[in-house]
Each structure stands twice: as structure tokens, then as C-alpha cells.
Design a protein around this ligand. Structure first.
Ligand code: HAM
Length: 425
């Protein structure tokens, strides 16, 4: 009997994740660098929390009935008794860290930002990944429930997207009000949906009892049709919540931040109270939210910390990059010089010139192997080099290099010891 040879399968990147390759990494670095610059001007400090946490943290903060907890938590097999899960978002971890590190006792407001990978066990599609990256901010502190901070955070989100070159985005705004107002809203929603419960999908029929807000986010076409027919106003809000929301809108208008009020915007995570917002961009298709956030004044206390107010947002970096028009896509910084040695004898000299260029902070490279001038020029071109420094026997004798400008094609002799200064200038 002939034995079947099994060919080992080549390992593949898990579905819904991807390698960020050298050819695209500069786009990421550009987003991160610009984000860091803008965040510094708004006086935010970076925080890095672990990429996994106790599963209970997410259950207690995002809500047991949220899709993120119910269907998308990627839990780890752990040697400890307590369960761990990869973080699906950053807010819960920042709130946990705020409490654990007694940041409330440091006085003032904690203005924190993070840039990092998040994980959700979603069904992957364009713009919906299992590992994705967020730039997020959280402002936490006692007595910081002022519409000025909501406005600042929203304006920061808009400024960030503008600075990155994202065009034609829409800011959707709503308020859920206080926890008591939220209860009223849930009641109003149940009343409006009462007659149409039978038309909803199975999940939404369950949501009707357990968390009626989730019905507003359902992607099922029958549910969307029912939701489109609902008339929701702001009748659930107390006078105080109304005032807060009106002030916020006024401040945004003063700041010339354009927004659209969407009374059905409730967001899929439980911790929100008062302001909620989402920024969408139509070129993204069905996963059109680039960014989202809102106020969560009770989360820290709910997790056992002090009663402090909080507001924040998170942008999806993959979606930012998808939404960028080609002309605004960042370009890789070009290599400055490619050094070419024309024969083995001058190779050591060429190599020492290369090292001197680097010591002077000039990005440079070579092919490390003497081949034809044509093939080395091809490599220089592939490396995207601005200049080529050619060293042959004659140049070596004269103590010069032949420096060719790859854009103009012009070539000139430059003294070896003047090369770095010329390129730096
Ligand atoms: P979120 O709406 O779940 O909110 O996510 C924020 C952004 O992360 C989304 O608008 C989207 O750009 C990106 N995102 C989410 N899930 C995926 C995915 N599966 N694939 C690709 N991108 C995705 C939060 O995470 C809250 N923590 C935001 C916040 C901060 N609220 C207050 N502070």
C-alpha cells in the first residue's frame, strides 16, 4: 500500500488579522505621530495598559447584553482560576487603571490617551477585523461633567481626523441623559416598538426585554425598517440633562464643529450616559464608523472606584487608513543615499563612507556585493534613493565620490569629507 504523503499546510495569519508590512508601516507611523502631536497640544498623556484583563472587567463595564461581551470576547485559556480576555476596547482598562493607581488622589483631571491593538471575535469583513487598532482618549476626574469637556473631546476628534486628511465625514450627536433618563428612554422605546415586536429578528425580540437599545443598532433589514419608523425625541430627558445638551450644542456651534442630531444613536456599550457621538464616512460602506465616544459618568464608581465623571472616544486606525483619499495617503520618507562600489578594491572605502554618512544622521544603504553598475543602480532606484554616491578606482585615488541626483540625473564630483555636510544642508 502506498503511503499518502501529507504536505504540511503553510501557516496563515488568523482570519480578521493582518501583518502590517514594511511597505505600509509608514502610513501607521504617520497616523501615530500626527495623533501624538495633536494630543500633546490638548495636554493628553499616554497610558499603556495590558492587552488582556480579567474577563469580569469587560462584563461589568461594557454590559452583559452587549454584543462585544456576549458574542465577541476572545477569552484566554489561563492557568489561573480567574478568566482573562483580550481587550475589546480601551475604556474599561483605563477606568480600571485609574482606580488601581488612585489617579483621583493625584488631583486635577486625568487626560489620558492610548494607541494600540484591540480584539473582537467578529465575523471579518472589510473594515471589521478581529485584531484592529484604536487611538483613544479618556478624560476622567471629579466634577468634570461640563459640556466644555464634551465639546473639547469632540473637537479634538474632529481636529485629529482633519489633520490626518480624512474628508467628508459626518459627526452624529445624541444624548442619553442621566441613568434615570436612560430608563425613561428604554420605556419610551419599548412603547414605540410594542406593536412591531413580531417583525423583529429573533435576537431583537430577546433584546426587547433584556436591552432594548441594542435594537437600534441591529443590521437586520427587517429590524432597520421597524427602527426607521420610530419617532424619538428628547422627551426622556430631565430639565437638567436638556440644559447640558443645549449648552454642548451651543459650544460646538461656536467652535464651528458641524454635527447632525440623531436621536436613535445609542451606541452598543452600556457605560454611556448623556453625550454620545459617532463619526462616519460613507466611503467605508457598511462599517462606516471611523470613531465613536461619549460620556460615562458612572463607570469608575460602578467598578468600585470614586464617583468621577468621564468622557472619551476611540478612532479605528484601519478605518482611518481606508477612508483616506489617495492624495492624502502618507508617503514613505525616501532613502537619502545609495552607495555604489564599482569594484572589490574600493569596496572597503565605499563601506566606510556608508558608515560615516550614517554617523552623520544621513539615511543610506548599499548592496554589500559588487555587481554591475547597472544592477546596483537598479537597486538604488528600488530603494527610492534621492542620490547615488559612486566610488570607482579613479574616485578613490582623487578622494572624491561621483554624486548623482536621481531626480535630475545630474552628476558631480564631491570631496569625500564634504559629502555629509552637503547632504545635510
Ligand atoms: P467602539 O464604537 O466600539 O467604541 O469602537 C470605536 C471605533 O473602533 C469604531 O468606530 C471603529 O472605527 C473601530 N472598531 C471597532 N470595532 C472594530 C472592528 N472589529 N474592526 C475594525 N475597527 C473597529 C469603543 O471602543 C469605545 N471604547 C470608545 C470610547 C472611548 N468611548 C468612550 N471612550
Amino acid at each position: 500500500m502506498t503511503k499518502q504523503l501529507s504536505v504540511p499546510r503553510v501557516p496563515r495569519v488568523p482570519r480578521g488579522t493582518s501583518d502590517i508590512l514594511p511597505s505600509e508601516i509608514f502610513q501607521w507611523q504617520d497616523v501615530e505621530a500626527k495623533a501624538r502631536r495633536i494630543l500633546a497640544t490638548y495636554h493628553f498623556a499616554e497610558i499603556r495598559t495590558p492587552i488582556f484583563e480579567q474577563t469580569s472587567l469587560f462584563k461589568r463595564s461594557l454590559g452583559q447584553t452587549s454584543d462585544v461581551v456576549n458574542k465577541q470576547l476572545l477569552e484566554l485559556v489561563s492557568p489561573d482560576e480567574e478568566g482573562f480576555a483580550l481587550r475589546p476596547e480601551g475604556t474599561a482598562s483605563v477606568a480600571r487603571s485609574y482606580i488601581e493607581n488612585s489617579m483621583d488622589r493625584q488631583g486635577g483631571i486625568s487626560k489620558l490617551f492610548y494607541i494600540g491593538a484591540m480584539f473582537r471575535g467578529e465575523r471579518p469583513q472589510k473594515g471589521r477585523l478581529r485584531q484592529f487598532h484604536q487611538v483613544g482618549v479618556e478624560v476622567i476626574g471629579a466634577n468634570t461633567a461640563t459640556p466644555y469637556l464634551d465639546a473639547e473631546v469632540i473637537a479634538l476628534n474632529v481636529a485629529l481626523l482633519q489633520a490626518l486628511g480624512v474628508k467628508d465625514f459626518r459627526l452624529k450627536l445624541n444624548t442619553l441623559g442621566s441613568p434615570h433618563d436612560k430608563e425613561n428612554l428604554a420605556e419610551m422605546l419599548r412603547t414605540s416598538l410594542q406593536e412591531d415586536v413580531g417583525k423583529l429578528c429573533e435576537d431583537c425580540r430577546d433584546r426587547f426585554e433584556r436591552n432594548v437599545f441594542r435594537i437600534l443598532d441591529c443590521k437586520n433589514s427587517a429590524c432597520r425598517a421597524v427602527v426607521a419608523g420610530i419617532k424619538l425625541g428628547h422627551g426622556h430627558l430631565s430639565a437638567e440633562s436638556q440644559k447640558y445638551y443645549s449648552e454642548l450644542k451651543k459650544i460646538l456651534q461656536t467652535l464651528k464643529v458641524e454635527f447632525e442630531e440623531v436621536p436613535t444613536l445609542v451606541r452598543g456599550l452600556d457605560y454611556y450616559t448623556h453625550t454620545v457621538f459617532e463619526i462616519t464616512q460613507s466611503s467605508l460602506g457598511s462599517q462606516d464608523a471611523i470613531s465613536a465616544g461619549g460620556r460615562y459618568n458612572d463607570l469608575v464608581a460602578q467598578l468600585g472606584g470614586p464617583q468621577v465623571d468621564a468622557v472619551g472616544f476611540a478612532c479605528g486606525i484601519e478605518r482611518i487608513l481606508l477612508a483616506l483619499p489617495d492624495e492624502n495617503k502618507p508617503q514613505a520618507a525616501p532613502l537619502t543615499v545609495y552607495v555604489i562600489a564599482l569594484d572589490e578594491k574600493v569596496f572597503p572605502k565605499a563601506f566606510s563612507i556608508l558608515q560615516k554618512l550614517r554617523a552623520n544622521g544621513i539615511s543610506s544603504d548599499m548592496s554589500y556585493k559588487v555587481s554591475s553598475m547597472k544592477s546596483q543602480m537598479r537597486s538604488a532606484d528600488k530603494a527610492g534613493s534621492r542620490y547615488v554616491a559612486i566610488i570607482g578606482e579613479e574616485e578613490d585615488k582623487k578622494g572624491v565620490v561621483a554624486l548623482k541626483d536621481m531626480t535630475t540625473g545630474q552628476q558631480q564630483e564631491i570631496k569625500e569629507n564634504e559629502l555629509s555636510d552637503l547632504l545635510k544642508g
